[in-house]
Design a protein around this ligand. Structure first.
Ligand SMILES: Nc1ncnc2c1ncn2[C@@H]1O[C@H](COP(=O)(O)OP(=O)(O)OP(=O)(O)O)[C@@H](O)[C@H]1O
Length: 557
């Protein structure tokens, strides 16, 4: 964001700014959409319709607008949008901007990758612009994100779209060493993009940290931020913010809980759920599959999948940092023929940011925990999302697969489900998620347990990682809330340990009494949804990805 250079230029632009603000306010006021209405349901404006002031007392309608140019927003924001090649609005932008621009509280829900970020960045800029906010006015807006990477991404969008405004903005996230420097400048920032922990740290530790003039509060991934994990931090934050403010909440899986909303003191919020009537809860261009994979076959299946897709950009979700580290280190040694990266919460922040940017730029495979599950856009370039470990709930599934098929691009996903986790399929179906259950061609699955065994014998550090991965995986299942899906007693522990290459299963104290019988429950998988030919596969060849090498030959080794 730049500031005008010469004094004369500044004086002139202040004058025209004042006139522009006055005009925008009259426009907004005169054409306010009705509370409770959905501007998307109005007919679009004619392409040659006049925009803005029509005569001395009337203005064009902006509810029903389809292009950013038709909105009552400042020239600076319009320039930022145009230069970033944003022209037409997405559904959630069309539905929410007419309300948020008039200062209303908004709860916005729309599928992943549907453009929610601009739906709150634009009103944030416009509110501060209309209040003629300047660096001396301090904190005017706070945007809270659950993860550091997402905060970084939001900050980048703010910088791009707001580049012609003169506001100061700061990215306040944990794990950065420059907290003391931040403390010196935080009071001069107008827009804070932050994670809850770091914001609270400033509220607690930074002398004279002042949010008393706050105009706009945004919670991105609102349901996650209102979740128990952030409850204490969020309550502490909210208690220090003025009640008179505009509040906007956005997520692909929005909360409607009255209790949550009461915590935020929303004032007659507009609930805009643009895809509520949609027959599917996930993006239309997303092809979703699930495969039944017993625990002891997950490593083989994942390896075979990777070998078959080494020309794709793949995001693989595992349930813990330790699993991510083990699979990353072990597979790196086995050299699958695609650059491998890993991302998890225990990494240093600079490294996390570096990996995130590299994965945006380079065709590669990223092993990650749920730290990458929400909000991240990865340049709309992820081809495959692979969920090796079952997500904790439906919302988590939706966010994970939402890392692909963003905006107008396509994408594919595969979920590995253990026989004991089949209840998840029912829950996904009930949540309008179209999932095709497929069977892998077992002949094409490459077993790697012997390779892992050799690797573990040779590299004690990887052996240690394998042991920790084994224990944390079992613990993760043990502590999952949804006991209909997650049952640690149904796991074949010994076989799992062998599949990781371990000579013997590590002791798992917390399960001592639970695992009386190590024999897994016999399970009959449901009939796959598509027809089975020759009893081998039940999907067309182009959909069969395991062992159906996209590299064509071993050149990708
Ligand atoms: N009006 C638009 N025109 C063109 N591209 C857009 C528009 N709005 C958003 N995009 C692009 O669409 C992609 C997804 O947008 P965004 O990240 O805001 O989605 P989201 O709804 O917040 O997703 P998630 O629920 O995963 O957080 C981004 O690459 C963004 O640049």
């Amino acid at each position: 964001m730049r500031r005008p250079k010469s004094r004369r230029f500044r004086q002139q632009s202040r004058l025209s700014e004042l006139q522009e603000i006055e005009l925008l306010q009259s426009w907004i006021e005169s054409q306010k959409p009705d509370s409770g209405s959905n501007p998307r349901s109005l007919p679009p404006l004619a392409s040659d319709a006049r925009i803005g002031r029509l005569d001395a007392s009337s203005f064009s309608r902006y509810a029903g607008a389809t292009k950013f140019d038709q909105l009552p927003i400042s020239k600076k924001t319009k320039d930022g949008l145009r230069e970033a090649k944003y022209k037409k609005m997405t559904d959630i932008q069309r539905a929410s901007l007419p309300h948020s621009l008039c200062g209303r509280d908004v709860l916005g829900a729309a599928k992943t990758g549907s453009g929610k970020t601009l739906a709150f960045i634009i009103p944030v800029l416009e509110k501060l612009y209309s209040e003629r906010w300047s660096p001396e006015d301090g904190v005017g807006s706070i945007i809270i994100s659950p993860t550091r990477e997402l905060a970084g991404q939001l900050f980048d969008v703010l910088r791009v779209v707001g580049r012609h405004h003169g506001f100061s903005a700061g990215l306040l996230i944990g794990g950065r060493r420059d907290v003391d420097l931040e403390k010196q400048s935080v009071n001069e920032l107008n827009v804070l993009v932050c994670t809850p922990g770091r914001l609270l740290q400033h509220m607690d530790e930074t002398p004279n940290f002042d949010c008393s003039q706050l105009q706009v509060l945004v919670l991105d991934e609102a349901d996650r931020i209102l979740d128990v994990g952030f409850k204490k931090a969020l309550n502490a934050i909210i208690s220090q913010l003025p009640k008179q403010r505009q509040t906007m909440l956005f997520s692909a899986t929005q909360t409607k809980s009255v209790q949550d909303l009461a915590r935020l003191s929303l004032k007659d919020p507009e609930y805009l759920s643009v895809h509520e009537e949609s027959v599917v809860a996930t993006p239309n261009r997303l092809q979703q599959t699930a495969m039944i994979v017993p625990l002891e076959q997950k490593m083989d299946m994942l390896w075979s999948f990777i070998k078959a897709h080494c020309r794709s950009r793949i995001l693989v979700f595992l349930s813990s940092c330790k699993q991510v580290r083990f699979v990353f280190e072990a597979f790196k040694k086995l050299r699958p023929g695609i650059p491998l990266k890993c991302l998890h919460g225990r990494m240093k922040q600079e490294k996390r940011m570096g990996i995130y940017s590299q994965f945006c730029e380079q065709q590669s495979l990223l092993f990650s925990t749920d730290v990458a599950a929400r909000g991240l856009d990865f340049n709309k370039a992820v081809d495959w999302v692979v969920q090796v470990d079952c997500p904790e709930d439906v919302a988590s599934y939706i966010h994970r697969v939402g890392r692909t098929a963003r905006y107008h691009s396509g994408g594919r996903s595969v979920l590995f489900l253990m026989p004991s986790e089949m209840k998840m399929l029912e829950k996904l179906k009930a949540a309008k998620i179209p999932l095709q259950v497929i069977k892998a061609n077992t002949k094409r699955i490459q077993s790697i347990s012997h390779l892992l065994r050799e690797l573990l014998a040779k590299y004690p550090n990887i052996n240690q990682l394998a042991q920790r991965a084994f224990i944390t995986y079992l613990r993760s299942i043990h502590i999952q809330k949804d006991k209909e899906i997650f049952d640690v007693t149904k796991l074949s522990i010994d076989e799992y340990s062998i599949s990781l290459g371990l000579a013997m299963p590590p002791k798992v104290r917390f399960l001592k009494n639970k695992l009386k019988s190590k024999t897994p429950e016999v399970y009959a998988p449901p009939e796959p949804e598509s027809s089975v030919e020759d009893g081998v596969v039940d999907v067309p060849r182009e959909k069969l990805e395991i062992g159906d090498s996209a590299c064509g030959n071993s050149s990708c080794l």
